[in-house]
Design a binder for this molecule. Structure first.
Ligand SMILES: [Fe+2]
Length: 328
């Protein structure tokens, strides 16, 4: 059931309106601006019908406040006179749905309320559907990565840590929060091309031959092929293609140099290497973060972008890297 808030300092108007919406709605009433603010601060309200001129706090201020604390609410201004300036304030600051002049036509007001609430319900349904879709594709990315990377817990933790190191580094490089979050998610796909690498090479216990190593290196571009051409995965393709490129041009597959390597790939490269160094693998013990950072600093300007290395050191100093490691 929808909740309506009716605000008017005139007791007769307040009673009439409250009565007319009693059926089918939960109605709250306030006999002034201050009482209305109190309700808005404490209870969810779907729609507000608010008088414009009130002795304590005006309707324009009440509705502006509502647009801030409950932005989704539908706001209708009830006005006994036409003060253009105040009306403009309502339109611009309170984003009102409509204004109704006194005396109002009850049938018309009722219809407006019904229509407004229908559109509110539709918007909520769309928001829910969008959230569901968003979580579904994020889960699909994770599932695909886990399937590709092998099934053990160590590997899935690796992916989550790379995701978090990547997001933290992206934020440190001053990209906006949504972009950084997207980069984190896309980082999980960096080795998706290993789906195309034969298990005999991927899981070979000893050192790879030169020929096997060449096949292993193909996972960068195999990932790009697997990731198709959907624009949503553009960054994932950049990361897959570029996460084995080196800043000085000595990497593979293209030998790109410096900022010709996309920022996302330069960031994920560092996140991936740092995590590989600081975790136990079948062929090595886990290094301390300090040792890993010394090694990474020695590769600044060679394997890694010096700016990103500097930001990474700062994240270490701020305790962010330890937090991430402890979280997974
Ligand atoms: Fe890789």
């Amino acid at each position: 059931m929808h909740t309506l808030l009716i605000v008017d300092d005139d007791p007769d108007v307040l009673a009439t309106l409250t009565r007319s919406f009693r059926k089918g709605y939960k109605t709250l009433s306030a006999s002034g601006g201050a009482a209305a603010l109190e309700i808005l601060n404490t209870q969810p309200v779907d729609l507000i019908i608010c008088d414009q001129r009130m002795p304590d706090i005006g309707g324009d201020q009440v509705l502006s406040h509502a647009s801030q604390v409950q932005p989704e609410s539908i706001r209708i201004l009830l006005t006994g006179y036409t003060d253009i300036e105040s009306l403009l304030t309502c339109v611009n600051d309170a984003h009102i749905y409509k204004y109704v002049t006194k005396p109002w036509d009850p049938a018309e007001l009722n219809l407006s309320v019904v229509r407004a609430l229908e559109s509110l319900d539709l918007k909520r349904e769309l928001d829910t559907a969008r959230e569901l879709l968003e979580s579904a594709y994020k889960d699909a990315v994770v599932m695909l990565c886990l399937a590709a990377e092998g099934k053990d817990q160590d590997t899935s933790s690796h992916l989550y840590r790379v995701q978090d190191y990547t997001e933290a580094l992206a934020l440190a490089m001053d990209v906006d929060a949504d972009y950084a979050e997207h980069m984190g998610l896309m980082s999980m796909l960096h080795d998706i091309g290993k789906l195309a690498t034969p298990d005999a090479i991927l899981k070979k216990p000893g050192a790879l031959t030169d020929e096997e190593w060449e096949i292993m290196k193909e996972h960068s571009l195999a990932g790009v092929r697997i990731l198709g051409n959907n624009p949503f995965y553009e960054m994932a393709r950049e990361i897959s293609a570029g996460h084995h490129e080196n800043y000085d041009g000595s990497g593979y597959p293209k030998g790109l140099i410096g900022e010709n390597i996309p920022l996302s790939a330069r960031i994920v490269k560092l996140a991936d290497v740092f995590d590989a160094l600081t975790t136990k693998r079948p062929y090595k013990e886990a290094w301390s973060m300090e040792d890993a950072l010394v090694n990474i600093a020695a590769q600044s300007g060679k394997m890694f972008d010096p700016n990103i290395v500097a930001k990474f050191k700062k994240l270490y100093g701020d305790g962010v890297l330890s937090q991430i490691k402890d979280a997974h």
